[in-house]
Ligand binder design. Structure first.
Ligand SMILES: Nc1ncnc2c1ncn2[C@@H]1O[C@H](COP(=O)(O)OP(=O)(O)O)[C@@H](O)[C@H]1O
Ligand SMILES: [Mg+2]
Length: 255
């Protein structure tokens, strides 16, 4: 494909005939998929469908067996994870990356500082602290988290801690955010709060949500694709997916 369109038409993420085998097991089969700037899309599927494998291919954790991955028009198939991140892709941090005895604001300041090449330099001009602080403030504001900036992380609910991980992922100013089961291990109330949190994120941020729990994606995503044994079987609006006989069969294990 030639890049002859305007910026608007370049997908944030594009997968072309992506495949991954682990020995004889085909965990990803011929997956072709696009996420345009600002899109909110989901890939759902039962356990073992290959969701995390797909995520690991996109983020560069696993090498692909065949096919290509494009980020903002660049073929990143052979790029390392950090190079992909530098183009504007972020994935969430694990819970363990939060500092429980520090405040929400301090955690964000550390995440922003961790991105700077001079992180091991102890002395820095005051102006640079000011800009880090301003950035943290605006990040918390955009993520609707400013009201909890002075709360110690250990005093947040489990669901809020999972949201904060996502906020930290935004410190690098990504244009596409990849979330692997953000509602895993959350109660149904916390899952609903997670969905509301995701809906409120800045609209120009594209989100690819990889989820087992269908209820979360119905709220957040305009388009849902169903992965089954490594293959994309069906794509549709939440309404279409809810009504799909095939999807019901897959989730009931009779597919
Ligand atoms: N590193 C790996 N080595 C071998 N097999 C793997 C590896 N990662 C995943 N698999 C297999 O690939 C399939 C898809 O797994 P996974 O991507 O974790 O599914 P999901 O996230 O949808 O539950 C499973 O059969 C799993 O056992
Ligand atoms: Mg998984």
């Amino acid at each position: 494909m030639s890049i002859d369109q305007t910026d608007e038409a370049v997908p944030a993420l594009e997968l072309r005939s992506l495949a991954k085998s682990f020995g004889g097991l085909k965990a990803t089969r011929d997956v072709t998929f696009r996420v345009m700037p600002g899109d909110r899309k989901a890939i759902i599927g039962p356990n073992g469908a290959g969701k995390t494998t797909l995520f690991n291919l996109i983020t560069g954790i696993y090498p692909v067996t065949s096919g290509q991955i494009f980020l903002f028009g660049n073929d990143v198939t052979k790029w390392r994870s950090h190079q992909r991140t530098a183009l504007g892709m972020a994935r969430t941090f694990q819970v363990t990356s939060l500092f429980p005895k520090l405040t929400v604001l301090d955690n964000v300041l550390l995440a922003i500082n961790g991105l700077q090449p001079s992180k091991f330099v102890m002395w820095r001009p005051l102006a640079s602290y000011r800009s880090t602080y301003d950035k943290a403030h605006s990040l918390l504001e955009r993520a609707s988290f400013l009201d909890r900036k002075d709360v110690e992380v250990r005093n947040l609910s489990h669901g809020e801690q999972r949201q904060l991980e996502i906020v930290l992922g935004l410190a690098s100013d990504p244009k596409i955010l990849l979330l692997d089961e953000p509602a895993a291990g959350l109660s149904s109330g916390e899952s609903t709060e997670m969905a509301h949190f995701l809906i409120k994120l800045p609209r120009d941020l594209a989100i690819l949500l990889i989820e087992h729990d269908m209820d979360v994606v119905f709220d957040v995503c305009a388009e849902i694709s169903v992965l089954h044994f490594g293959e994309l079987l069906e794509t549709g609006t939440p309404e279409q997916i809810k009504k799909s006989q095939r999807v019901q069969e897959i989730y009931l294990g009779t597919g």
